[in-house]
Ligand binder design. Structure first.
Ligand code: PEP
Ligand code: MN
Length: 346
């Protein structure tokens, strides 16, 4: 932490800051410049409340040097990236850029089987589908619950695709973890810290979506809740944030990809479906995400979007997905990555 003193700060004020820094268990070093005096605090400040120093007399501003998240920070792994495997053919954080695809909700047994076959045929690497749906309106369809999980498991059994499905409450974590290959935490639960901890206490990887009004800094601090419980397999997912813009459902922040990769070793996936809310925008944003260096994609695909139980407007058709996958392969290659259909993997 660097503490910049106000011009003309007195000796007494500087001593006060030095005392505060020492009380925090850090060492102080005073640097006297021509116009300003700066006090450097040396030591691990990540768990310290640097804001208290800001209110001390004579202080102009305080700048952190280390991020307040320890386990998620890139320095922790000495620039090495975390690699997370959902199956032999679906690995995040390596050369491959896997595509998770499927309907917003698990609608029924035949339906999810059909979706799984279509995802596989189009070249997708994992199947998504919500069995527990966090709905804005309490009267909307809430998902098939455990039956939905069983349907997903049957689809995995037939196609071999790993399954990614959302968990909305801590008491369901154990159940969802029994069925899923990866637990999704949705945007509405981004700061449900008890849920984050519960997901940190089970063995499956977690697809953790950014809150729709969360800063990158808050996002990584919250991811720390999962990591701190002992689960190192957290896949970050940018799914769009709330802004004044209303031509899209959310504003898809693609700069989150290089920014999160700069700050953290965790893989980052882009969800252009929730990020835009319009199926016609999804392929272009998926391609842009791969070009920006995303470690994966999460996409809503439905065989009959007009009749989807949830999120039909943003669900692409299997035909669009097939075409999109071909472009993704070419773009991935151009940025030294691979997005190869499972059937074509060697
Ligand atoms: C979903 O994946 O269907 C979903 C509800 O996502 P989000 O939490 O990003 O809205
Ligand atoms: Mn959805």
């Amino acid at each position: 932490m660097i503490v910049v003193m106000r011009p003309g700060a007195t000796e007494q004020e500087i001593t006060g800051v030095k005392t505060l820094i020492r009380e925090m268990g850090l060492k102080d070093q005073v640097i006297v410049g021509t116009d300003l005096t700066v006090v450097a605090a040396i030591g691990d400040e990540r768990l310290k409340d640097c804001a208290v120093v800001e209110s001390a007399p004579g202080v102009d501003k305080v700048m952190r040097v280390l991020a307040p998240y320890k386990l998620a920070a890139i320095e922790t792994k000495q620039q090495q990236r975390t690699v997370i495997k959902l199956s032999e053919t679906c690995v995040f954080g390596g050369v491959q850029v896997p595509v998770i695809a499927g309907p917003c909700s698990v609608e029924g047994e035949e339906h999810i089987l059909q979706c799984a076959r279509l995802v596989k045929a189009a070249g997708g690497h994992a199947l998504r589908g919500g069995a527990f749906k966090p709905r804005t309106n309490p009267y909307s369809f809430q998902g098939h619950g455990e039956d939905g999980l069983k349907m997903l498991a049957a689809a995995r059994e037939e196609t071999g695709l790993p399954i990614v499905t959302e968990v909305v409450t801590p008491s369901d974590v154990e159940l969802v973890s029994e069925y899923a290959d990866c637990l999704q935490i949705g945007t509405r639960n981004c700061q449900n810290f008890k849920l984050l901890e519960a997901c940190g206490n089970q063995p499956k990887p977690v697809l953790y979506k950014r809150g729709m009004s969360m800063t990158i800094d808050e996002y990584l601090q919250a991811a720390e809740y999962i990591l701190a419980e002992g689960n190192p397999n957290v896949i970050l997912c940018e799914r769009g944030i709330r802004t004044f813009e209303d031509h899209t459902r959310n504003t898809l922040s693609l700069s989150a990809v290089p920014e999160l990769q700069h700050r953290s070793h965790l893989p980052i996936v882009i969800d252009p479906s929730h990020g835009t809310g319009h199926a016609r925008l999804v392929p272009a944003m998926a391609k842009a995400a791969v070009a920006a260096g995303a470690d994966g994609l999460a996409i809503e695909m439905h065989p009959d979007p007009a009749h989807a139980m949830t999120d039909g407007a943003q669900s692409i058709t299997p035909a669009v997905m097939e075409e999109m996958m071909l472009s993704l392969g070419r773009i991935a290659e151009a940025v030294d990555r691979e997005c190869v259909k499972v059937s074509e993997m060697v």
